[in-house]
Design a protein around this ligand. Structure first.
Ligand code: TYD
Length: 134
């Protein structure tokens, strides 16, 4: 898995006079089965979130409100993606270090995840991550 495998995915949008609705379904709109949803909010603009990789977990990260940068690192190459649309998700595959920062005021980070929360799936130390990628 490299940063180039972490693609942007368009999320279906239904527009009407009373607003927009976006929907993502497991295994069709996104390439994994959603087992968990979480979101972060009330994020200070100067916050640095992420700072870890996952061994097995797939995630789709969506800026449902506001904007932020996601920097992806596969141990060789880095790429920063700016997310600011509720109908666009960033697919983060396993084995990719991610850092999230540059939060706008009122930003909300929605994450769709392929598995339940398992701390043992995290790699939280960057040197451990570099060894893991070798
Ligand atoms: P973390 O995944 O490190 O958040 P971020 O990548 O946004 O910086 O999780 C932050 C804390 O929340 C950590 O103590 C673990 C806890 N947590 C759960 O208890 N359940 C979850 O599903 C998630 C994602 C985190």
């Amino acid at each position: 898995m490299t940063v180039n495998d972490c693609t942007l995915i368009n999320i279906t949008q239904v527009n009407s006079d009373c607003g927009r609705l976006s929907v993502a379904e497991s295994n069709t709109d996104i390439p994994f089965n959603i087992k968990r949803v979480y979101y972060t909010y009330d994020i200070p603009c100067s916050a640095e979130r992420g700072g870890h990789a996952h061994r097995e977990l797939y995630q789709l990260i969506i800026a449902v409100s506001g904007s932020f940068d996601v920097t992806l690192d596969d141990g060789t190459n880095c790429q920063t993606v700016f997310l600011n649309k509720p109908n666009t998700g960033l697919l983060v595959r396993p084995g990719i270090w991610r850092e999230i920062n540059n939060f706008s005021s009122g930003s909300v980070v929605l994450v769709l995840a392929s598995d339940l929360y398992k701390e043992e799936d995290y790699i939280r130390n960057y040197e451990d991550f570099k060894l893991y990628r070798k």
